[in-house]
Design a protein around this ligand. Sequence first.
Ligand code: ZN
Length: 324
Amino acid sequence: MMTLSLCSRKQVDFIMTVNGPVSSGDMGVSLVHEHILVDFIGADSITDQRWDRSKVINRSLPYLKQIRELGCRTFVECTPAFLGRDPLLLKSLSDSSGLNIITNTGYYGAGNNKYLPKHAFYETADQIAERWKMEWDSGIAGTGVKPGFIKIGVMDGHLSDLHIKLVEAAARTHLKTGLVIASHTGPAIPAFEQLAILKDEGVSPEAFIWVHAQTENDLSFHIKAAKMGAWISLDGLNDNNLDEYIRMIKNMKERGLINKVLLSHDSGWYHPGEENGGNYKGYSTLLEKLVPLLRKEDFTEMEIKQLLVINPSNAFTIRVHRIN
Ligand SMILES: [Zn+2]
């Protein structure tokens, strides 16, 4: 924890966790795309009465303690509003695990708009952006917990008008808050359409995380987006795709773009409605298996630090990235 001093001569770079601002330099080894709880019931039916916080904590805490022991310090929880985002749950887990946890504002349009609240369909981009900015200014729904990034989601083809509006709302929220935009995207087509909208809005690609970029098989698109300045999030790591991850990371390294790669598992999570939260997958593959493999493949300690510590810190530092 740190206090932001108004009289300090130079503004300290910081990230926003569920327990308040933390100096970017203290973010440490970070998992940038994981989940504690996801509920796919839909925006029309979801409430936080659908899960018992103490049960979710009992189920998820051992996995968080495990990665804390492996050296992880910051955990970015990517569950959006209307899909089970629960700031108080995350605050309690942060306190008991010793991890920094980051939550988000924004709406998830993927899944055929099932997770969008009604007002997202008829409000303007500015009205939606105002709601997200309000969470940054005053905290989420009276909890006092502030978001540390904007999470949106789009379908994997061309963007619909509704999703274009969500991207515009994200761009406008970014310009007012400095929160980075992580967009559930997948293939290259919607990734580059979103970057074009950001450009029209005056937002630099540095403010955009291309989530699930690993699902794009043509790796030249990773290079192209990274050269523009976007973050390439390879966030579906598991025990069975380590070789594929090495190949994708090397592709970036060969082009001198390792400074634009983010790594994570998209793992977890507690499923409300299922016995004891259903199947829960842990978050240890990156630190237990990928890092030793990277060493074997002659990645230096500095390059590994770049991937695990420096890139997350640069991506999630609160900063407006305007096209100048
Ligand atoms: Zn996810």
